[in-house]
Write a protein that binds this ligand. Structure first.
Ligand code: HEM
Length: 238
């Protein structure tokens, strides 16, 4: 039997052949390398998004009505991993600040209308997480799971650590929401650095459009958690 190699297992031949800068071969090495950096950053974001979406979906499955305490604990592992991976995602955006703007200007016209706004995985993740106006299926499923067990998100927030797995799930959701929000903040920071007030390749107004999209997910959960201040004040007054 052939021994499986590291390169075979990871399909490195294929993976490392997928970065194709569009600048002509005659371009300066520094420009070609900058475009390579731009492509790698976007491709790795999409790879991590694939994992994050799968982890969030797996957590949602484990929180469905009828699932037991062990499933809930496993869902915490998925959710905490998704939060950690979102941190990696936002750090990749920060790394792109090291893209020299003069090199970006050289290859940007070759992008045509291609834009991160077309990222289907990002859009889908946004639907699962929700925004400040709308709860996504992640929060909805969590709230239903709590209800199914005879409690509520409000009660989980009130009890804190005594609510066990539900408390940890609530905290993991908050972390995911915060990281998703911070990704958008870091991204718009990068966009202003790279485009100033210029328009995007996807046809939007650029930073101004992106600024309007930055909202904090899990508004209800934030509100319910903050009730702890009221409860605490009442306890001290009484
Ligand atoms: C030099 C670096 C970057 C620039 C100048 C940039 C620019 C922009 C602009 C202007 C938009 C608004 C849509 C448009 O008109 O095109 C946008 C949206 C977006 N970009 Fe980037 N981007 C950069 C890096 C990245 C990276 C590394 C990712 C990771 C995959 C990414 C993912 C996205 C996503 C997901 C959106 C939609 C955001 C939302 O819906 O709020 N971008 N980008």
């Amino acid at each position: 039997m052939d021994t499986l190699t590291y390169a075979d297992y990871l399909k490195l031949d294929t993976l490392l052949s997928l970065q194709e800068p569009r600048v002509p071969r005659s371009a300066e090495r520094s420009v070609t390398l900058s475009e390579h950096f731009f492509v790698v950053a976007h491709q790795s974001c999409e790879l991590w998004l694939k994992q994050i979406v799968a982890d969030v979906e797996a957590a949602i499955d484990l929180l469905q009505p009828g699932r037991g305490p062990d499933d809930h604990v496993t869902s915490i592992e998925f959710l905490e991993r998704a939060g950690e991976l979102l941190r990696i995602l936002l750090e990749q955006v920060i790394a792109l600040e090291k893209l020299p703007i003069r090199h970006f200007a050289e290859f940007r016209p070759l992008l045509g209308t291609a834009s991160g706004a077309d990222s289907e995985q990002f859009r889908y993740l946004g639907e699962l997480i929700g925004d400040d106006q709308r709860s996504g299926s992640l929060y909805e499923t969590f709230a239903s799971a709590a209800k199914y067990s005879g409690t509520s998100v409000a009660e989980v927030c009130r009890l804190g650590p005594s609510a066990g797995a539900y408390h940890r799930i609530a905290e993991a959701l908050l972390d995911i929401g915060n990281k998703f929000w911070r990704w958008r903040l870091e991204h718009v920071t990068l966009v202003t650095q790279m485009l100033g007030g210029g328009t995007g390749t996807g046809g939007t107004s650029g930073a101004a459009y992106l600024m309007r999209r930055i909202t904090l997910p899990f508004a209800e959960l934030r509100q319910l958690r903050s009730q702890v201040h009221v409860d605490c004040a009442e306890r001290h007054a009484g």
